[in-house]
Design a protein around this ligand. Structure first.
Ligand code: NAD
Length: 260
């Protein structure tokens, strides 16, 4: 078993996942990156982070829409680092459509990636964590795990499901030192959200500023985007000993959106 803790962060070639992987490496953990993107750009992210922090950083291109790939991500990380102590389920996609037009394959893809992949990775990592009497699982859910918005049926259903999975895993791991919690961010200006802006501008005949203020941040009382760094810092905290009694929690990080 390695002296350092080892983490797997799904969907960590971009956005929130990348910020979390960087923060965990800076906190002294070996990290497995995962996600899609340009091979040279991913290798630069990997080697820069390893050079900056001195920990081991590896990349695994598993496609988490497939059960075998998702479970393989964990078993390969265990083989490389000796164990997986921290698992962050972050990979996710979005599709916006009214229910009656919602493409059937988009529904299946979103349920697979945004919900089932967390089950698959947890299933693969759980026995090892319980046997070692220590594990931290952090699921990146969403404010949409707690409340709905129109036209995001698959995403909202998947994120509500993630909170149910989080609670169940929390109970199953409680006596064996494994903790499972979910973070529920409001809007963060990542490529996932950037991608929704042009379509919404067209659909509603709005400027970029109007989409940001009147649509995206409409429900967010602070009128500020949540920062990737905020989510990364909370994730690092949830992996710490001080967070030992956080278990099964859905922690809102949304500027007050879901208390209204
Ligand atoms: P992003 O699009 O910037 O990053 C998504 C990551 O997932 C990328 O690394 C991508 O390569 C990877 N990915 C996509 N499909 C994959 C697949 N099949 N297998 C493996 N990896 C895959 O998105 P983001 O905004 O950083 O979102 C990350 C998570 O945070 C998602 O679960 C999202 O639902 C959640 N979230 C985002 C926001 C927001 O406002 N951006 C708010 C709340 C929750």
């Amino acid at each position: 078993m390695g002296a350092r803790k080892a983490a797997v962060v799904t969907g960590s070639t971009s956005g929130i996942g990348l910020g979390i992987a960087q923060a965990l490496a800076r906190a002294g953990m070996d990290v497995t990156l995962n996600g899609f993107g340009d091979a040279a750009a991913i290798e630069k992210i990997r080697s820069d982070l390893a050079a900056e922090t001195g920990v081991e950083v590896r990349y695994d291109g598993a496609n988490l829409m497939k059960a075998e790939d998702a479970m393989g991500l964990v078993t390969r990380a265990e083989a490389a680092f000796g164990q997986v102590d921290v698992l962050v389920n972050n990979a996710g996609i979005q599709h916006v459509s009214p229910i009656e037009d919602f493409p059937l394959e988009k529904w299946d893809q979103i349920i697979a990636l945004n919900l089932s992949s967390s089950f698959w990775t947890i299933r693969a990592a759980f026995a090892g964590m319980k046997a070692r009497k220590w594990g931290r699982i952090v699921n990146i859910a969403s404010a949409h795990g707690l409340v709905a918005s129109p036209f995001k049926g698959a995403y909202v259903a998947a994120k509500h499901g993630v909170l149910g999975l989080t609670k169940t895993v929390a109970l199953e791991g409680a006596k064996d030192g494994v903790r499972c919690n979910a973070i529920c961010p409001g809007y963060v200006l990542t490529p996932l959200v950037e991608g929704q802006i042009p379509d919404t501008m067209k659909a509603r005949g709005m400027t970029r500023e109007q989409v940001i203020n009147d649509v995206l941040l409409a429900a967010q009382p602070t009128k500020e985007f949540v920062k990737v760094e905020d989510i990364a810092a909370l994730t690092v905290f949830l992996t710490s000993e001080a967070a030992n009694q956080f278990n099964g929690a859905a922690i809102s990080l949304d500027g007050g959106w879901t208390v209204q």
